[in-house]
Design a protein around this ligand. Structure first.
Ligand SMILES: [Zn+2]
Length: 507
């Protein structure tokens, strides 16, 4: 970096870090709105047609929108652990279903607590529970949920934030509103001539599997579609039974069900129906976040509160053969990231940024202690309109239990390296800026770049491994009750490898 530019960045960063102190104010409040499974391109502000998210778009129009935010992992547990530690999954260690975030990792909530903030998390359970290590640093940690949706907890969260206390606050809000099964209150109209499967199919599947009866007459397309769109009546217990029954049914096929589903006559209509239900859930989410956004817009709150909108991963809709997450392709690892901060002008940032950058960024904005070791960096210069120097942005999917090893991607500018058993030769290089995007492998014509990026990925992996070895205080330290719960829900041992890390265990 040129000296003059470096100096300017330092001055600008210092100015932002003390904007509140200079005015004799306390540090700003911080709220992180963490929408599980939200694809960036499902939001109007990221180009979704039809004005699906007017409320969130307004927030985005007042803040800094990161167009290429990369999640550190394509599923809930490791991705949120990365957001809250500034570490990649290999370093924080919570990268498989039987692992938790160790107590010796320093979290964002602990940084705020140390900095004199009061802290609260209202989560929708599943992986985001105390048993997985997420309660560290929170004075209030509310993980109980009936619906898994934001609407259940917004009132409580707002009452807590609006409480009579002089300390600044850090509020972490999480909901599975748009996670499968996509079951919006108002269903979209099905494609003409297509009859979607209903609750009855879910019940039938549960009864048959639990009674060891044949399921061969059930149409693959209907069962797959029901799994993605039907929320069986009876709450989380019924959903858990349905998931378990589905896993048992899926085991009969020695290949992903999606492969068979794709060959069904009604596949195009069924997929359109699935996607329409996801989109309807995103619309509903936007409406249901209204009371929270109203509170954050209140005159006395807005001027002293940093608002972050983020997701842990997106969702694939068969772009890469899967209707799910747990892939390192763009549908899944590109997530929305919006930061609205007092005194920070609205803008868009095209350079790739990372989930692991959130912690250092919020430290820079508030003066809270930064992570002692971080694999991300502060995005404050970007918030202030500076160009970011290019840095690799990685995602890791640990599938070691299934002999597939670790899948990974590395993004640098528009180039993206993917290492996966699903691509030819185990690794591919894509130019996301070209028309072919993530479909045309350019590793042969870009051999040098390909080799260099693989080395860069190896270095980050090695760094994570070394950090983990130094800090690991014991393998698989989940308490026996949680382990039993996971086995009961079908997460350990019986699921095919592709679904091994599927989330929503406790929704
Ligand atoms: Zn998730």
């Amino acid at each position: 970096m040129k000296r003059g530019l470096a100096l300017f960045v330092l001055v600008a960063a210092a100015a932002a870090a003390v904007w509140w102190a200079g005015a004799g104010k306390r540090p700003p409040n911080v709220v992180v709105i963490a929408v599980d499974t939200l694809r960036a391109d499902a939001l109007g502000c990221y180009g979704a047609p039809g004005d699906p998210t007017p409320r969130l778009d307004r927030l985005a129009a007042q803040g800094v929108v990161f167009d290429a935010a990369v999640a550190a992992a394509p599923w809930t547990l490791p991705s949120f652990a990365s957001l809250l530690t500034g570490l990649y999954p290999g370093a924080h260690g919570a990268f498989d279903v039987d692992r938790r975030l160790q107590d010796d990792r320093f979290t964002l909530a602990e940084a705020f607590a140390e900095h004199g903030y009061r802290t609260a998390a209202f989560t929708a359970g599943g992986w985001l529970k105390e048993s997985f290590g997420f309660a560290q640093g929170f004075e209030v940690f509310d993980e109980e949920t009936e619906t898994g949706k934001f609407r259940e907890k917004i009132d409580r969260a707002v009452r807590w934030a609006d409480g009579d206390d002089d300390r600044p606050w850090f509020l972490f809000l999480h909901g599975y509103d748009v996670h499968s099964p996509y079951a919006p209150t108002t269903r979209p109209p099905p494609p003409e001539g297509y009859e979607p499967p209903g609750d009855a199919l879910a019940d039938t599947l549960i009864e048959r599997v639990e009674g060891n009866r044949s399921t061969t007459d059930l149409p693959v397309s209907d069962v797959a579609t029901a799994y993605l769109t039907v929320e069986p009546s009876g709450g989380s217990a019924a959903l858990a039974r349905f998931r378990k029954a589905y896993a048992g049914w899926e085991e009969r096929f020695a290949k992903p069900v999606e492969e068979l589903w794709r060959r069904s006559d009604d596949f195009d209509d069924a997929l359109a129906w699935v996607e329409a239900n996801y989109a309807a859930e995103v619309r509903q989410l936007d409406r249901e976040l209204g009371p929270l956004l109203d509170f954050l817009d209140r005159e006395d709150v807005r001027g002293e509160t940093v608002v972050v909108l983020v997701s842990d991963h997106g969702e694939g809709f068969m772009e890469h053969g899967v209707c799910d997450h747990e892939l390192v392709e763009e549908d899944v690892v590109r997530v929305p990231l919006v930061v609205r901060a007092p005194g920070v002008a609205a803008r868009r940032v095209a350079s790739p940024v990372r989930g692991v950058d959130l912690f250092p960024t919020l430290s820079a904005l508030t003066g809270a202690p930064p992570p002692p070791f971080a694999q991300g960096r502060s995005l404050l210069p970007a918030l202030l309109g500076e160009e970011l120097a290019p840095e690799p942005a990685c995602s890791f999917q640990h599938v070691a239990r299934a002999a597939g090893g670790v899948e990974a991607s590395l993004r640098l500018g528009t180039w993206k390296l993917v290492e996966s058993r699903r691509v030819d030769g185990g690794a591919a290089l894509f130019d996301l800026g070209s028309a072919g995007g993530e479909t045309v492998d350019r590793k042969t014509e870009q051999a040098d770049r390909f080799a260099w990026m693989r080395k860069a990925l190896d270095r980050i992996r090695d760094q994570s491994d070394r950090f983990h070895r130094v800090h690991e205080s014991g393998p698989g330290t989940l308490d026996p009750e949680t382990l039993e719960e996971l086995v009961e829900l079908g997460y350990l041992g019986i699921l095919p490898p592709r679904s091994a890390g599927e989330d929503g265990a406790g929704e």
